[in-house]
Design a protein around this ligand. Structure first.
Ligand code: 6R9
Length: 651
């Protein structure tokens, strides 16, 4: 992808701008020592012990990084994640401090102190054990944004079980694929959830998934809707299980540093979602350290990351990072514009939120709704703002800085991925100047580069592929699998050194700040959600009457990218509205409604090379109204003009 989509990021003015962090922030920041990068540099990887010291270990580790057999962070050490996120805060005298503040639909709220959280986690952990869950078993969690979701994650962690949270917006089919892949025999879900005041069913999707997988599954269901519907007797009621185990005290199971903490599925370049496995020691250290150094969290803080716990952002910065540090974490159910467009600001004000972390796609929506919504609330509790998930353009950055932060709060534009576990690129808010539109340099201890197709570093200002050239504690354990030469692994370890190909394209400026330009290849990022084009295409070609399909991203003011599906019907099948609807439904069924194509373009043929490869790059240019200068590589160049006029007609 070239960087024409983000012209703001290319302007020389943006490259030179440096906004110092506000002095009032620096005075109190967790990390203010400018020498920190040098220290990490001189003493790498030993400096990462700073991250591990934020945790309590059952057994101290022997070495920070062991490279004898793969990459093991904090080798020899053992710890329990639930102990670190709950028990030790009780021992530190904070049992009455709020751990989770939950904002439900229409003004409904719940607060769990650390003491409450401990009680709930212990009761559920005991119940899971009674159901037969053992250490290393995979427990699938398919829940919306209710407190039972983090409680379940922590209950699993307490007994050493591996949770696999599946975003509640995924379809039953997508849930089944993930449960089958991980051979998970336990599913914790709920009857339904609320969105914009309407109740949605989840239980029947969960039931369909259980029917579709070969293994037999024990289901535990939270009664969220409270409508006393009969759900059948093939499941356990979450409330009853917890009540039956009230007062239980379950010893936290010490896990080796490289034992799995959880699995999470993400879209890759292949048709199948891939399982990303995160470790207990490295992952937890990394998210605790980045919550401390990048989000500047302190135990007394109220932190609000507005993501869904079903994605990695929610795992790391709603649940594990803030709770490991003993802070208060806010979670909310629903949408930012219901009941009113000031919902988020009302929540910030009422909970005196200190740190707010959201996605550029949300900021663009706030901007469109108008500054009167934040302006009508007292947001002076805010100290730091963060963004994650996609590049943030300079206009949205400034709006966020002025209207939400009142020019008093630094913004951290944090770049990372499901595979990285936690933040890898960001300014340190108490140390580095900010540059709107650039994520910033690599964090201390992290080394990143932008390279060309041969792996050579490109000059400042040139775009290329973003690579990370050293391991880091939060790296997924699954990342290095198949790292032997020739295997299709993103990690290579050879004469050229250790390299992880991130799949993003980027540009580095003269100060070493990295400007992200978007995904390379077959992954698109829609409203901060990663979608594999192959996954969508295979759902579409499964529709009766469809011959071929290609999916690309089109520029969108709010979502950043929207999904365009180019579909060619089979011979003698007409391109009708019902077919279009079936295409959309097929994607909603296979993946989830959030992935439904915004636009379905029917075409007699797709642009192809002489060898028959679909040229997605051409389709992307056509979608975005960009010139195609040379179509000589195509077998069917005539289709280009035809598609250009179809696309022009719809936009
Ligand atoms: C945490 C998360 C990862 C992809 C990543 C990149 C994009 C994330 C970004 C960013 C520009 C940022 N991305 N943060 N792009 N600036 N600050 O989002 O994980 O769902 O795995 O997505 O998101 O393209 O490769 P994940």
């Amino acid at each position: 992808m070239d960087d024409a989509r983000f012209p703001q990021l290319r302007s020389p003015a943006a490259d030179e701008e440096r906004l110092p962090p506000p002095a009032s922030f620096v005075e109190q920041a967790n990390v203010t020592d400018e020498s920190i990068r040098r220290e990490f540099e001189q003493n790498w990887p030993a400096c990462w012990k700073r991250a591990a010291t934020l945790l309590d270990w059952s057994t101290p580790y022997d070495r920070v990084l062991d490279t004898d057999d793969g990459y093991t962070w904090f080798d020899g050490g053992s710890l329990n994640a639930a102990y670190n996120c709950v028990d030790r805060h009780l021992e530190a005298g904070r049992k009455n401090q709020a751990a989770i503040k939950w904002e439900g639909k229409l003004g409904e709220t719940r607060t769990y102190t650390y003491q409450d959280l401990s009680r709930e986690v212990n009761a559920l952990a005991a119940a899971l054990r009674d159901l037969g869950v053992e250490a290393d078993d995979v427990v699938t969690v398919y829940m919306p944004m209710i407190p039972e979701l983090p409680i379940t994650m922590l209950a699993c962690a307490r007994i050493g079980a591996v949770h696999s949270v599946v975003f509640a917006g995924f379809s039953g089919d997508a849930l089944a694929t993930r449960m089958e892949n991980s051979n998970s025999e336990y599913l914790l879900t709920c009857d339904g959830y609320y969105r914009r005041g309407t109740a949605y069913d989840l239980k029947s999707k969960a039931d369909n998934a259980c029917l579709a997988v070969p293994q037999s599954v024990e289901q535990v269901v939270v009664d969220r809707l409270g409508d006393d519907r009969s759900l059948g007797d093939d499941y356990h009621d979450y409330g009853d299980l917890v009540a039956d185990h009230e007062g239980a005290d379950v010893d936290p199971v010490a896990r080796d540093a490289d034992d799995d903490l959880f699995l999470i599925y993400t879209s890759g370049t292949t048709g199948q979602p891939k399982a990303v496995r995160h470790t207990t020691g490295g992952y937890l250290s990394h998210v605790a350290w980045t919550s401390h150094a990048v989000l500047d969290l302190e135990p007394d803080d109220t932190h609000w990351c507005s993501a869904d716990v079903g994605w990695i952002t929610g795992h790391s910065y709603i649940v594990y990072g803030p709770l490991a540090l003993g802070a208060t974490t806010v979670m909310y159910e629903g949408t930012p514009d219901h009941p009113e467009r000031d919902r988020l600001w009302e929540i910030v004000e009422r909970n005196a939120v200190d740190v707010f972390y959201t996605a550029p796609t949300a900021i663009r929506a706030f901007m469109k709704w108008g500054s009167e919504h934040p302006d009508s609330h007292d947001l002076s509790s805010l100290r730091l703002l963060g963004t994650v998930g996609e590049p943030i353009d300079e206009t949205a950055w400034r709006w966020y800085y002025e209207h939400i932060g009142d020019e008093e709060c630094p913004i951290v534009d944090t770049w990372w991925q499901t595979e990285t576990g936690g933040v890898l690129l960001s300014t340190l808010p108490g140390v580095d100047p900010m540059r709107p539109g650039a994520a910033g340099p690599a964090l201390p201890g992290v080394e990143a580069d932008v390279v060309d197709a041969t792996g050579k570093s490109v000059d400042p200002g040139e775009s290329g592929s973003l690579v990370v050239t050293r391991p880091w504690p939060g790296m997924a354990a699954s990342l290095c699998e198949g790292a032997d030469p020739g295997a299709d692994s993103p990690v290579t370890h050879g004469t050229g050194g250790w390299t992880y190909r991130t799949g993003d394209s980027a540009r580095v400026d003269r100060d070493g700040y990295i400007h992200l330009l978007g995904r390379e290849g077959d992954v698109i990022n829609v409203a901060g959600h990663r979608l594999g084009t192959t996954e969508l295409e295979s759902a579409i070609v499964g529709v009766d009457g469809v011959a071929e399909a290609a999916v690309v991203g089109g520029d969108h003011d709010l979502k950043g990218t929207e999904v365009y599906a180019y579909v060619s019907p089979r011979k003698n099948v007409s391109a009708t509205e019902p077919l279009r609807e079936r295409v959309r439904e097929a994607v909603a069924d296979a993946i989830g409604p959030f992935a439904t194509p915004d636009t379905v373009v029917f075409t007699p043929d797709l642009p192809k090379t002489r060898s028959g490869k679909v040229m997605r790059r051409y389709l992307e240019r056509i979608t975005n109204g960009e010139e195609l200068s040379d179509t000589s590589a195509l077998r069917n160049p005539e289709i280009v003009g035809e598609l250009e006029s179809i696309v022009e007609d719809i936009s």
